[in-house]
Design a protein around this ligand. Structure first.
Ligand SMILES: C[S@@+](CC[C@H](N)C(=O)[O-])C[C@H]1O[C@@H](n2cnc3c(N)ncnc32)[C@H](O)[C@@H]1O
Length: 267
């Protein structure tokens, strides 16, 4: 069985995910280290996508450890398999529907809670799969916080506002980064440790502009003709060029989607 991922798995979206991963990887690594991830451990990566987190974890647990990636999109797993390490195995299926015959030292997910309709059931199952003394850990992207640019860059603020509108439509838990404590508590999991980082850049802010435009493209029918909700029409190349120029001209610094991690030891 294969379910659909809202942003699809075009070659462009795969490149975007890998680009995004290269920027946010240090945050995921810090979270996994805080969970005491070490050689020989067994890790479950929920919503493993094209395998970015699984590959990270596989290095951290080494050849004596193992990583299981569970992913609902079989085409994403085919892509992950292009660069699979020996200690990784992928399962194609919806996490809620797959039965696991063992527990794990660390159960991790990145940018996956955002997409869950039944988040309580999802979290409960994830927590039950952690060995006593092991860790449950999520790195999520905050799709609820209003962006800022200072001095203000109108085009950046407008683009980010459009991005939030589109992300909210496809992410039932778009604000999960701000509700970790509440939702964990509702499921009977202890209060997690939480970090929140905001990517910020100035100059031409190349990386943030590219990340923003490509995310918008993955949420657009046709990246060569992007129609904003406020009627503004653009395309990916011209938007990228204008954003970089405006930010540079205004000597502004701009903020992007917040990166939030929550991790907790399971008793
Ligand atoms: C934004 S991608 C992130 C992929 C990867 N974790 C990363 O950080 O590169 C979210 C992934 O979670 C998968 N996913 C969402 N809900 C799922 C579920 N209930 N069971 C399995 N996979 C799921 C999607 O198909 C998608 O590949």
């Amino acid at each position: 069985m294969s379910s659909k991922y809202a942003l699809g798995y075009s070659e462009r979206e795969i490149k975007r995910l890998h680009f995004q991963s290269s920027i946010i990887e240090p945050i995921t690594i810090r979270m996994l280290r805080s969970c005491g991830i070490s050689r020989g451990q067994n890790v479950l990566d929920i919503g493993s996508g094209t395998g970015c987190v699984s590959r990270l974890a596989s290095i951290m647990v080494g050849s004596t450890g193992s990583v299981t990636g569970i992913e609902q999109s079989c085409s994403a797993i085919n892509i992950a398999n292009r660069d699979k390490k020996d200690n990784i195995s992928y399962i194609c299926g919806k996490f809620e529907e797959v039965a696991f015959n063992k527990k794990f030292d660390v159960v991790v997910g990145r940018a996956v809670l955002l997409f869950q309709d039944k988040i309580h059931l999802f979290l409960e199952k994830a927590a039950n799969l952690v060995k006593p003394g092991g860790y449950l850990a999520f790195h999520e992207i905050d799709d609820s916080r209003q962006f800022h640019s200072y001095p203000p860059v109108g085009l950046w603020d407008r683009t980010m506002a459009e991005l939030l509108i589109r992300l909210k439509k496809v992410c039932p838990q778009y604000d999960i980064s701000r509700r970790f404590v509440k939702v964990f508590d509702e499921v009977g999991i202890s209060i997690p440790n939480i970090t929140y980082e905001i990517p910020v850049a100035g100059g031409r802010a190349e990386k943030l502009c590219f990340w923003a435009v490509e995310t918008l493209c993955s949420l657009s029918e046709n990246p060569e003709s992007i129609l904003f909700s406020d009627g503004f029409k653009t395309n990916s190349k011209s938007l990228l060029y204008s954003l970089q120029n405006e930010i540079y001209k205004n000597k502004s610094q701009v903020e992007f989607l917040g990166q939030s991690c929550a991790w907790v030891k399971i008793k």
